[in-house]
Write a protein that binds this ligand. Structure first.
Ligand SMILES: *Cc1c(COP(=O)(O)O)cnc(C)c1O
Length: 390
């Protein structure tokens, strides 16, 4: 019997295994020399000045909000079509969250809706402090437009590029932070490169770098130039100046990350090849795919199709169930964040972002990962064709 084909999966080779084993035999397990090595490799790949590795993208988003001074009384806006972490990071800081509906063609935050919502918020005197665009499926948002609006309305930008490492915008790597204050990556196993759990925040601003680093580790510094004066006969080898967390990445994870980074371009090439095969097959089938903005070059973390009953006579539920019966573990990205019970309890109601809700009811994420064989991809395409026929 055929084993299940997942929607996403890590790609670990012998070099990855050796890199991790080497660390286990070394002097440092937690944050040692491998973490800064990983940070430099990612920063250089992206063309950013600084990078701060963390134990998840969720914690990277949290320290990024803290670095930008997000707190009670502030508003943070993000896309509803994302993982809950893109919004939760603002709540951790005591801020309030709001959502900007998506562009139905790309699934990314709509620049038109953002423009309208900013004008309205300005009239009401409740402009956001931070906007967190999400590069859905690995396709960069139109960051030049978001950046222009940021200058006009005075908000800061955190790119949630959890899906996006290896992608580009206007020819430049996602993570360069040309159009944002901070960019965040995730290294969860389903993402483009993995460290098991892990994340990273990139920035070109040395002040933000300092804040990201100190919030990652308890708000403690051991740099004497940052410490407060204390009596000379007392030993002060570190001081806690702020309230931070233990969000550090281990050297075990960072070594895996370093090893994975050497194959990042190969991973993305293979993902783009798979996407091209899907595109070709679906051109003659009654399903919708995401539009690619010519300025964005996607890393293809995900490959969603949209099942519209009026087009194909099948519901999303029917196609989803049929694919699962064919042992294809398809998934759904995403339920609009504000429809989650926790957010509905804050007052959000169904109908708030109609495009995001329609997206939720039509979209299915097909298998997309470097190790997906041609044979298995053909099997997926065929299973979908059959599901749409009968
Ligand atoms: C995966 C993901 C996160 C969270 O990443 P973790 O590393 O699991 O914390 C945040 N935002 C988006 C869009 C994601 O896909």
């Amino acid at each position: 019997m055929k084993s299940k084909i997942p929607y996403g999966r890590q790609d670990i080779d012998e070099a990855d295994v050796e890199a991790v084993v080497d660390i286990l035999r070394s002097d440092f397990l937690t944050q040692g020399p491998a973490v800064p090595r990983f940070e430099v490799i990612v920063a250089q790949y992206c063309g950013a000045k600084h990078a701060v590795a963390t134990n998840s993208a969720t914690s990277a988003l949290h320290v990024s909000c803290m670095a930008l001074d997000v707190g009670p009384g502030d508003w943070v806006w993000t896309s509803p079509t994302t993982f809950v972490a893109s919004a939760n990071c603002a709540l951790y800081c005591g801020a309030r969250v709001d959502f900007v509906d998506i562009d139905p063609l790309t699934g990314n935050m709509s620049i038109d809706r953002l423009t309208d919502k900013l004008a309205e918020a300005k009239r009401r005197g409740i402009l956001p402090k931070v906007v967190i665009p999400v590069h859905l499926c690995g396709q960069s948002c139109d960051m030049a437009s978001v950046h222009k609006l940021a200058q006009e309305y005075g908000f800061r930008i955190i790119e949630d590029a959890s899906h996006g490492i290896g992608g580009r915008f206007r020819g430049e790597p996602v993570g360069a932070c040309r159009y944002s204050d901070i960019t965040v990556f995730s290294f969860h196993p389903v993402k483009i490169v993995t460290t098991g759990e892990g994340g990273m925040a990139l920035t070109n601003d040395p002040i933000l770098l300092d804040r990201l680093q100190r919030h990652r580790s308890h708000g403690i510094t051991s740099d004497h130039s940052h410490m407060l004066p204390r009596p000379a006969d007392e030993i002060w080898n570190y001081q806690q100046i702020y309230l931070g967390y233990n969000y550090r990445m281990t050297d075990i994870q960072a070594a895996l990350g370093v090893s994975q980074m050497s194959r990042l371009d190969t991973f993305v090439e293979r993902r783009r090849e798979i996407a091209a095969h899907y595109d070709e097959a679906f051109a003659s089938m009654p399903v919708l795919t995401l539009r690619q903005n010519p300025e964005s070059w996607s890393s293809y973390h995900l490959y969603p199709i949209r099942v519209r009953e009026s087009l194909c006579g099948r519901t999303q539920r029917q196609v989803y169930d049929a694919l699962w019966r064919a042992k294809i573990a398809v998934n759904l990205h995403y339920i609009p964040v504000y429809r989650q019970p926790y957010y509905e309890a804050m007052g959000f109601k169904a109908g708030y972002c109609p495009q995001a809700e329609l997206y939720h009811r039509e979209t299915i994420s097909l298998p997309m990962y470097p190790g997906l064989s041609e044979e298995n991809q053909a099997y997926v395409i065929n299973a979908l064709r059959t599901a749409l026929e009968k």
